[in-house]
Design a binder for this molecule. Structure first.
Ligand SMILES: Nc1nc2c(c(=O)[nH]1)N[C@@H](CNc1ccc(C(=O)N[C@@H](CCC(=O)N[C@@H](CCC(=O)N[C@@H](CCC(=O)O)C(=O)O)C(=O)O)C(=O)O)cc1)CN2
Ligand code: MET
Ligand SMILES: [Zn+2]
Length: 803
């Protein structure tokens, strides 16, 4: 049945809506419940009770913050681990190696089986994990083939709708849409030549249709299907195939099923298709408007809609204007945001509702969970924030408030919210002139930079000087920096942050940990040692705590993957380094060994990517400020006798713009800021960099452009495929392809590591090859890394002997 094109839209979400809400809990309740369950301290019933409490508290809070409890404005966006894995579970589309985990009676996969697919078991590798669009959130990559079972198998979505309804709130279940789900999937190992997961679109859409029927049967008025695949051209699916898939999927789902109306139950809820993380240009909006879905959510923070005239089909739909930024923490300039909403008028939408640009998953819960004090921000784990920031910030709860204010302005006129508009303008204005936002000395230094500040001497000279200084064997062995963050380390830091452990005692505890790590590396026979990073709560937060221009939070947790969280720092002002940061730790380490010690820093792009960044100047300018601070740090490390310095850039690929047209400019400034940080050193000082979590393909040229002497990259899971790619791109400096997958508790055998290493030395000049794990070891346990590194060193020796 198709909708009569002459009917007008039933205005949806007049009180405003959000595309999703954090699910980890204000005090990481879900993390704690899930990790207790994994450890066997609690059972599945305890877990479900904890999660159910969290879900009910969440929907009630959203109502208390002003969202309508009855019309589907409150999103049902809970997940135990990951929203893409949720679709895998819903469809029963698990890889063959895990199919025994599906309950034969009801087709469900929870909870043990669900987590097993995410985390692996024995020799069964978990689903691969990768970045969710341009965020620091990681999703699990589904594996699909011709024979993957696909049906509406697991009914958790329906149960959670009913649970919220019982608690008095009519939610709008949120799912990754069928096209994005398949576009992000990879072909399973058993798939035939030329198979693409999108070949299974009809089956997936049929399962979604059954899911929609089930939601309609319990009375759900709305469902939200997220289709961010529409805003990127970085997927391996050509735009015309993607568009055809969207057309086909929503023809079946929206036109093929009868929609519920105010008076009549239908076969499906009304459908909101959301396109977060970028603009729908050039023709994504027209494509969606031509379907029979009831509402479309567009990202008007990262993207814009050229309002040149009426869009065919939009007159019967609600356009959800994503004007409140779901991906950054600045308080909105409400007047400016209203102007953006007003500018949509020529599009001829049946109704316009106010929303967020993305799910609020990517921001912390609540500014009011922070303590603000007039005193200077606290030390590590800082518990107090500069009070000026309170006025400038909006976390998830504040953003819900902004949405409701904007919605009132849209429905009742700006006068109805005059006081809120004034307060917002004042907050925005106070940021512009606040001390520390613009620091003339920082500006002058950046303005004086010349090309020479971005370049080192010729590589051949550097390589010769470094070889003479370091005297390393062929296939030198090293690690990526961090060693296990043990509960003892975390406890010591927590006590120190609370003021219960004196500075000297904390330093002594961390030095003792460094001693342990040095002894272990010496016993293992590694060639270039690290200090193990025990003193770092996080590789970005730690630096932010030591740089002017950043603030850090006490409770601003954001989910990164599964139960793992980060507290992204807030970069609000010009960046300066008041004092050396890592030099004492590295110098102490060097004093404990005769082997070379690698200094360890996080690069400018990664510091920006994993912080909330200021939005009042080009990111490239901010990157150069961070680059200069790191340049000074490296000069100090060099002066302290450190001969090798690693500057990590795991997020280089993450910030790559989703649209090709924007990528060159990004690569210019990002590579530039790294070179600014690292090019001040002597030829005999060896600069390393490290990248992980990436499809490197699109940034291969940029990796070369970093001009590091040695680059370590994640490579074990992809069996070294990046090595020939780098070689073909002309890369001819040191390369450390990871030979130990640290994302899994599994210990690789010496034979496996040897095999990977042999692959590497076959693809590129063996004189360039380093031997190292895929990434840092902080999430692993000593019981895992000791045998694994033993095997790594043994493999290096074996392959060395064959060169
Ligand atoms: N920012 C960032 N993004 C990244 C990565 C990264 O390393 N950093 N790596 C990639 C993968 N992402 C990751 C993200 C987080 C973690 C991680 O291990 N997070 C830890 C928290 C790290 C942290 O902030 N630790 C603090 C606080 C630790 C803590 O929870 N303390 C307890 C108290 C400790 C005790 O008494 O036992 C508490 O506050 O309740 C510290 O060590 O000081 C976790 O979720 O458990 C790992 C990888 C990509 N993105
Ligand atoms: C996510 S990249 C991590 C690099 C860091 N040096 C570490 O070893 O943990
Ligand atoms: Zn890494």
């Amino acid at each position: 049945m198709t909708t009569d094109p002459t009917t007008t839209a039933r205005p949806a979400f007049p009180g405003g809506t959000i595309l999703g809400y954090p699910r980890i809990g204000r005090r990481r309740e879900l993390k704690k419940a899930v990790e207790s369950f994994w450890a066997g301290r609690t059972d599945a019933v305890d877990l479900e009770i904890a999660a159910g409490t969290l879900r009910r508290d969440t929907v009630r809070r959203l109502v208390a913050l002003g969202l309508d409890p009855d019309d589907g404005s409150v999103p049902g966006s809970f997940s135990y681990y990951d929203q893409v894995l949720d679709v895998v579970a819903t469809l029963g589309a698990v890889p063959a190696r895990f199919r025994d985990l599906i309950d034969p009676d009801d087709g469900s996969l929870e909870p043990e089986g669900y987590f097993t697919v995410a985390r692996g078991r024995g020799e069964d590798a978990p689903l691969e994990m990768t970045k969710w669009f341009d965020t620091n959130y990681h999703y699990l990559v589904p594996e699909i083939s011709e024979s993957t079972p696909i049906s509406f198998a697991d009914h958790r979505v329906v149960r959670e709708y009913a649970e919220a309804k019982e608690a008095g709130v009519t939610t709008r279940p949120v799912l990754v849409g069928p096209v994005t789900f398949l576009a992000l999937s990879k072909a399973a190992d058993d798939a035939g030549e030329g198979f693409h997961p999108l070949d299974r679109l009809d089956d997936v859409v049929a399962a979604y249709a059954d899911l929609l029927r089930a939601l309609a049967a319990v009375g759900a008025p709305w469902v939200q299907l997220d289709e961010p695949a529409l805003v990127t051209d970085s997927l391996d699916v050509p735009a015309d195939r993607l568009h055809a898939a969207v057309n086909a999927a929503y023809r079946t789902l929206a036109s093929g099923l009868a929609a519920a109306t105010d008076d009549e139950a239908g076969e499906r809820p009304a459908i909101l298709v959301a396109a977060p993380f970028g603009g729908l240009e050039p023709d994504g909006l027209a494509l969606l408007a031509a379907t029979d879905v009831e509402a479309i959510a567009v990202d008007l923070v990262k993207g814009s809609v050229p309002a040149t005239g009426p869009v065919p089909g939009l007159a019967t739909k609600t356009l959800v204007a994503g004007v409140v930024d779901g991906h950054n923490v600045w308080r909105s300039d409400l007047t400016a945001r209203l102007d953006v909403v007003d500018a949509l008028r020529p599009l001829g939408a049946g109704a316009v509702a106010v929303g967020t640009s993305t799910s609020l998953l990517h921001v912390p819960h609540d500014v009011d969970d922070e303590v603000f004090a007039d005193a200077a921000p606290g030390r590590t784990g800082g518990t107090t924030l500069d009070p000026r920031l309170r006025e400038w910030l909006a976390f998830a709860d504040q953003k819900v408030g902004e949405v409701t204010v904007l919605a009132r302005a849209v429905t009742q006129g700006r006068d109805a919210v005059a006081a809120e508009l004034t307060a917002s303008s004042q907050a925005v204005a106070s940021r512009v002139t606040a001390a520390g936002v613009v620091v003339p000395a920082v500006r002058e230094r950046a303005a004086a930079l010349t090309d020479a500040d971005f370049a080192r001497g010729p590589y051949a000279e550097r390589a010769a000087a470094q070889a003479a200084r370091l005297g390393l064997p062929p296939l030198p062995t090293t690690t990526i920096g961090s060693f296990p963050q043990t509960p003892e380390i975390r406890r010591a830091r927590a006590a120190w942050t609370r003021g219960e452990l004196a500075d000297a005692d904390y330093t002594a505890a961390m030095r003792a940990e460094i001693d342990r790590v040095v002894e272990l590396q010496t016993a293992l026979g590694l060639d270039v040692l690290v200090h193990g990073e025990p003193e770092r709560n996080d590789m970005v937060q730690y630096f932010a705590e030591h740089l002017d221009g950043f603030a850090v939070t006490a409770n601003g947790w954001v989910q990164s993957y599964g139960s793992r969280c980060v507290r992204p720092p807030i970069l609000w002002g010009d960046v300066q380094r008041p004092a050396p940061i890592t030099v004492e730790w590295s110098a102490y380490t060097a004093s404990r060994t005769d082997k070379p010690v690698k200094g360890m820093l996080t690069g400018p792009v990664t510091i920006l990517a994993w912080s909330f960044v200021r939005d009042d100047q080009p990111l490239g300018d901010t990157a150069n400020q961070v680059g200069l601070a790191l340049r000074d740090e490296i000069a100090d490390l060099e002066a302290a006798g450190i001969a090798v310095v690693q500057v990590d850039e795991p997020a280089l690929r993450e910030l790559l713009p989703l649209r090709r047209a924007d990528q060159d400019e990004y690569l210019r400034w990002s590579v530039g800021s790294f070179r600014l940080a690292t090019s001040g050193v002597d030829a005999a000082t060896q600069v390393h960099t490290h990248l992980c979590y990436s499809e490197f393909g699109e940034v291969i040229g940029a990796i070369d452009g970093l001009d590091a002497d040695v680059t370590s990259v994640e490579a074990a899971r992809s069996r070294m495929e990046v090595v020939p790619e780098l070689r073909d791109a002309g890369y001819s400096r040191g390369i450390g392809p990871g030979v130990y997958d640290i994302h899994s508790p599994r210990v690789p055998s010496a034979a496996e590591v040897t095999e990977l290493l042999q692959l590497a030395v076959k693809s590129i000049d063996p004189a360039l090859v380093w031997v190292n794990p895929d990434c840092g070891l902080k999430t692993r346990r000593y019981a895992e890394i000791e045998p694994a590194l033993t095997h790594l060193v043994a493999a290096a020796r074996e392959v060395r002997a064959t060169l």
